[in-house]
Design a protein around this ligand. Structure first.
Ligand SMILES: Cc1ncc(C[n+]2csc(CCOP(=O)(O)OP(=O)(O)O)c2C)c(N)n1
Ligand code: SF4
Ligand SMILES: [Mg+2]
Length: 285
C-alpha cells in the first residue's frame, strides 16, 4: 500500500521532518510486507505545529487534535477500539510543555500506543520560542532574553514515570530511525521515541548532534537493564555542551499489563455479574 499521500508538504525546503516522514513510511511498508501490520488498522494522530503536519502527508486514517492533547486523543481511540494501531506524532512543545501531564500519565498507565516526538527544542511553527527541552543560553523570543533554566530530560522523565519502551532517534539517520520506529510499532504497550529533529530555520543543531551521537547497539547496551538505561539517559542532559556524548537507540524495553487490558478485565467483571450466560458467551471481550 502506498503510504505517502499526494498532499504537497508546506515544511521549509530541507526540513528534517522529511527524514521522520520517510523513516515512518518505510517502517509501515516493511512491516506490511513482513505481514506484521495492516496499514488499514493504523491511525495516526497529531497535535498542532510543524511536527503535526506530518499526518497530512501520510495516507492512513488520521486525526488532527489540539495542541498538547494528541496523546489524550490517541488513548481515547485505542480504548474505543483496541484492534487499532494508534500512532501519535507531537512536537516537543506539544509533549513536554502543553501536554506534559498526558506524557507522564501515558508512561505510567501503559496504553498500547506509540508516541513519536519531533524534538527541535523550540516552538517552531510560532517561530522560535523556547520549550522545556531548549538548552540554556538560547535567545528565546517569548522570554525576550536568553534561557536561564536547565532543560528537561524527557528520556529520564519517561523512565521515572514507568514507560515500557523508551528510545531516542535522529531525524536524518533514516535507516536507524526506521529500525527504532519498527521496534516501537511492534512493542505491546506505551512506546516513546524522542526524535532529535533540528529545525534548520530557527534552531539548527545538526552539526552539534552529528559530531557527538553514537548508537547504543554499538556498545551492546542491554535495554532490559533499568539501571543501565538510567545511566545512558543521564549521559546527555539536552544542553549543548562541547563535551556532550549523545546516545541514540533503545534505552529500555520491558512488558507490563496495558491500560486496555486492565480496563477490559474490569468491564468484563462488571458485565459478567449481571448478564445471562448465553449472552455472555457471545460477547467478544
Ligand atoms: C492550546 C494552544 N496553545 C498554543 C497554540 C499556538 N501554537 C501553535 S503551534 C505552536 C508551536 C508548536 O511547537 P511544537 O509542539 O514544538 O511543534 P513544532 O512546531 O516545533 O514542530 C504553538 C505554541 C495553539 N495552537 N494552541
Ligand atoms: S520552521 Fe523548522 S521545523 Fe518548521 S518546517 Fe521550517 S525547518 Fe521544519
Ligand atoms: Mg518543537
Amino acid at each position: 500500500m502506498e503510504i505517502r499521500s499526494k498532499v504537497l508538504p508546506t515544511w521549509c525546503p530541507g526540513c528534517t521532518n522529511f527524514g521522520i516522514l520517510t523513516a515512518f513510511n518505510k517502517a509501515i511498508e516493511e512491516l506490511e510486507k513482513e505481514g506484521k501490520i495492516d496499514p488499514r488498522k493504523v491511525v495516526v494522530v497529531a497535535g498542532i505545529g510543524c511536527a503535526s503536519k506530518i499526518v497530512d502527508y501520510i495516507n492512513l486514517s488520521s486525526l488532527n487534535g489540539l495542541h498538547g492533547r494528541a496523546l489524550a486523543s490517541g488513548i481515547g481511540i485505542k480504548l474505543a477500539n483496541p484492534e487499532l494501531n494508534v500512532v501519535v506524532f507531537q512536537g516537543d512543545g506539544d509533549t513536554y510543555n502543553e501536554g506534559i501531564e498526558h506524557f507522564v500519565s501515558a508512561s505510567k498507565e501503559n496504553p498500547d500506543i506509540k508516541l513519536f516526538v519531533h524534538n527541535n527544542k523550540i516552538f517552531a511553527l510560532t517561530v522560535g520560542q523556547h520549550t522545556f527541552t531548549t538548552e540554556e543560553d538560547f535567545p528565546s523570543k517569548s522570554l525576550g532574553q536568553n534561557v536561564f533554566t536547565k532543560p528537561l530530560n524527557p528520556i529520564l522523565l519517561a523512565l521515572a514515570s514507568g514507560a515500557t519502551f523508551v528510545a531516542r532517534g535522529y531525524a536524518l539517520w533514516i535507516d536507524h530511525l526506521k529500525y527504532i520506529i519498527k521496534e516501537a510499532l511492534l512493542h505491546k504497550g506505551f512506546a516513546f521515541v524522542d526524535i532529535l529533529q533540528p529545525c534548520i530555520t530557527f534552531h539548527d543543531t545538526r552539526k552539534f548532534y552529528e559530531d557527538r551521537m553514537y548508537k547504543l547497539e554499538d556498545i551492546n547496551h542491554d535495554y532490559s537493564n533499568f539501571e543501565e538505561a538510567l545511566k545512558r539517559a543521564m549521559e546527555y542532559d539536552y544542553n549543548l555542551k562541547q563535551d556532550s556524548r549523545i546516545p541514540i537507540g533503545i534505552f529500555y524495553k520491558t512488558s507490563r499489563k496495558t491500560l486496555e487490558e486492565g480496563l477490559r478485565a474490569k468491564v468484563f467483571y462488571r458485565i459478567s455479574r449481571n448478564l445471562d450466560p448465553y449472552i455472555l458467551s457471545h460477547l467478544k471481550i
